[in-house]
Design a protein around this ligand. Structure first.
Ligand code: ZN
Length: 64
């Protein structure tokens, strides 16, 4: 897999922190689920902790 889309300056932003099980999760390791509410699922996804399933962050995924 290519990592051409990962800019060095964004490395820290790709690390997500779980509040439920104090753990740092790489964005690439997070589980992606559809958002709830009225957000467009084609553009937004919720990243969840692979360990406890807790919600980490909702992200814009226009390029995917
Ligand atoms: Zn967790």
């Amino acid at each position: 897999m290519s990592h051409a889309d990962e800019l060095p300056s964004m490395t820290s932003e790709d690390a997500l922190h779980c509040d439920t099980c104090p753990k740092t999760v790489a964005r690439g390791d997070a589980i992606r689920t559809e958002t709830y509410g009225d957000l467009d699922a084609d553009r937004w996804q919720t990243l969840c902790c692979p360990t406890c399933g807790g919600r980490l962050k909702t992200v814009f995924v226009r390029d995917e």
